[in-house]
Design a protein around this ligand. Structure first.
Ligand SMILES: [Zn+2]
Length: 221
């Protein structure tokens, strides 16, 4: 088994940024449950694992805040760049965890040194993908919708291989979009009705985006 590499360079990250902008746009179209309007209130992030010369916008997690006093609820859309509050970019977390299964230890070491992830951090990612992720509601439901179904030999490598052919940018985009519901609070526990419709037919050329947005809400303050 070999693990597909991430596409090189800034253009990959700007591609992901465009998808995130799109996901954010959809969340913003809905107003707050209280009827208030949603204003931009991004989270500053210091992601590790992307090129140093990326402009600031690439480092912000899009988020919105209700403008009504007394409500001020926060709405954070799913992201293809950020996995929860971690400082590591989602793609790197998946890639390094997958490489543990498919690449030489040297390549894994090089990559983890590059983004400053130590052995303990990487072990934690491994535990997440191997033990926690397969048992989540998100995965149980989302997996059943994937056609053609694919055999899982190892998490997350098998998932990466099912989506990404020859390290294609589109493939990585599709994979990250597929996983984006888990990037919001409680995303791993979302219910059946909230899992975005993932067209099951062509995992490889999938380009449709989720038909329904799942968003996390908490308070801005
Ligand atoms: Zn509100």
């Amino acid at each position: 088994m070999t693990c597909p590499a991430l596409p090189h360079g800034v253009s990959f990250w700007s591609f992901l940024l465009r998808i995130d902008r799109d996901l954010a746009q959809r969340s913003r179209r809905d107003e707050c449950a209280c009827g208030g309007r949603l204003h931009r209130a991004d989270y500053p992030r210091k992601p590790r694992g992307c090129p140093d010369r990326l402009p600031d916008e690439y480092r912000r997690r899009f988020s919105f805040c209700c403008d009504r006093d007394g409500c001020r609820k926060r709405v954070t859309p799913p992201s293809v760049r950020f996995l929860g509050r971690r400082v590591y970019l989602g793609a790197m977390v998946i890639l390094i965890a997958a490489m543990r299964q498919g690449a030489t230890p040297r390549r894994v070491n090089e990559l983890s040194r590059l983004i400053g992830a130590d052995r303990t951090t990487i072990s934690r990612w491994q535990v997440f993908w191997k033990e926690h992720f397969p048992k989540t509601t998100f995965w149980r439901i989302a997996r059943a919708r994937l056609v053609p179904a694919f055999e899982i030999v190892a998490y997350p490598l098998s998932i990466v291989e099912a989506f990404v052919e020859n390290g294609s940018r589109q493939g990585w985009g599709n994979l990250l979009k597929f996983l984006s519901p888990i990037t919001i609070a409680r995303g791993l526990e979302i219910k059946v009705s909230e899992v975005p419709e993932q067209p099951a037919e062509d995992a490889h050329q999938r380009s449709r985006s989720p038909s329904k947005q799942t968003t996390a809400t908490d308070s801005c303050s």
